[in-house]
Design a protein around this ligand. Sequence first.
Ligand code: HSE
Length: 309
Amino acid sequence: MKEVKIFSPGTVANVGCGFDVLGFCLDAIGDEMIIRKTPNKGVHITKIEGGYDLPFNVNENVAGVSALALYQDAQPDFGFEIEIYKNIKPGSGIGSSAASAAGSVFGINYLLGNPYANQELTTFAMKGEAIASKSEHADNIAPALFGGFTLVKSNQPLEVLQIPTPKELYAVIAHQKIEIKTSEARSILPKDILLSDAIVQWSNLGSLIHALHTNDYALIGRSLKDVVVEPHRSKLIPNYKALKNSALDANALGTSISGSGPSVFSLCKGESVALQVKNAQKQLLKSTQIPFEIYVSKINTQGIRILTQ
Ligand code: HSE
């Protein structure tokens, strides 16, 4: 096999109460990538489409850095070319860099005959993610590779747990097209938090995980609360409160910041509620000057998928 074309999905990190550990995978938005074997050794990025100013230098591109991490470990006697067709805007909060980082290692692993498991691929892809956000967090990469909901139990050594996805769960992503750099959204967070806030947060994270295991949609809603990060980062997101209120009024289970923003995600029971939430948020954002896109997506339980080979 010489080449593979893949769909590398967007992801929602944090999921409200699970800062840096919880994430889920989207279906409605993602990048496409082609990974090709070449007789010459090394890894090269040969095409980047989508209109974004991203580096071709493999040492500066997230897809390149993660690919090199795997390549140096595998040491094959041939090389790889990577083409990236970007649909996820960088700095959107829906895992743009993770889609590139996870996609390149997934594609190369596939062409090598799948010697690495998802856990190892996550470790390679984290090297790429680190150059984009200046921190090695796996809460976007893991759901892109494993699909569904994932919990990063530990970074060192990496341990990723797969959490079940209730069947009727849909996500709505309201993306106002301004850019928030993850590194900047991390730099405004306090180094210490109050014990009283920590108690609320870990009770919500525990109950959210329980709710996902037991298909308890109402409990998902009651658990989607973030008293640690949202109070700080919501200030960076225009119309945040209004977007959240309009989603909750339209029967969303819960709403919070997607990754480091500016996208805002809502979880809903059923597609018709998700479409209601989309319409309510659309009405709201139409009255602002900010360009926006709203996606309705099923939770993608497969993760990255092969389009053609
Ligand atoms: N957990 C990371 C953060 C995700 O919130 O900074 C960034 O997409």
